[in-house]
Design a protein around this ligand. Structure first.
Ligand SMILES: [Zn+2]
Length: 221
């Protein structure tokens, strides 16, 4: 399948995934990104029927309210854990590492229509837990073509990196990361899925990413 990446400021990605019943939008860019997302869906000639959020940071949920207003009846889905951050509830779960939440959590007025957890399916996409960058971050694996929408568990801007250690050429993802040891464990879990293609929240899409992921894990450890 072809991949449909929409990007903003050359640095922030959202994706449109084709399904039989329409399009799943993975993340929403920052505020102001709704127009280019709606235009991309129009080019594909299909409606956006669901919005699946990887995590609650502002550069992934920023255009959610505008899109929900433009797409009546759209499903809005996020992990149960990051749903709390979407309403700016910054309390920690019992047993979570006592680390500071980092990065911007602007919240949204739009409430999720449902929440999901690891092992659930959203259309064709499998939900995989990828915590660390945020407490409830997830990745989505499309088993039809092996594309892993890995959120910010990896960034490819300025070279492939995990979020466990700042990449000097694009440190923002690691600097916005809640708990780096958990992020490194998630980077390893993503590698174990052996994706055919890596589609990150920031940077280019990488085909056959295994060797680059291995090097990024080694650098992040
Ligand atoms: Zn993020």
């Amino acid at each position: 399948m072809s991949i449909n990446r929409i990007f903003q400021f050359g640095a922030i990605n959202a994706y449109l995934v084709q399904e039989d019943d329409g399009l799943t939008l993975v993340d929403t860019l920052m505020k102001g990104g709704h127009k280019r997302i709606l235009a991309a869906a129009e080019m594909l000639g299909a409606p956006i029927v669901r919005i699946a959020l990887t995590h609650a940071h502002g550069d992934h949920i920023g255009s959610l309210d505008k899109l929900a207003a433009a797409l009546p009846g759209v499903e809005v889905l996020i992990s149960g854990r990051d749903a709390r951050l979407l309403v700016k509830d910054r309390t920690m779960d019992p047993g979570e590492p006592a680390a500071k939440l980092r990065g911007g959590y602007p919240g949204a007025r739009t409430a999720p229509t449902a929440t999901f957890g690891a092992g659930d399916r959203i259309g064709s996409l499998e939900v995989h837990a990828a915590p660390g960058h945020t407490p409830g971050q997830v990745a989505f694996l499309d088993p039809r073509d092996g594309t892993l929408y890995c959120a910010d568990s990896y960034s490819t801007l300025g070279g492939m990196a995990t979020s466990a250690k700042p990449n000097p050429r694009f440190p923002l993802v690691a600097l916005a990361t809640w708990h780096r040891p958990t992020a490194l464990a998630s980077a390893r879990a993503m590698r174990a899925l052996d994706p055919a293609r890596l589609a990150p929240g920031h940077g280019r899409v990488v085909e056959a990413p295994g060797a680059e992921m291995d090097r990024a894990i080694a650098r992040g450890a």
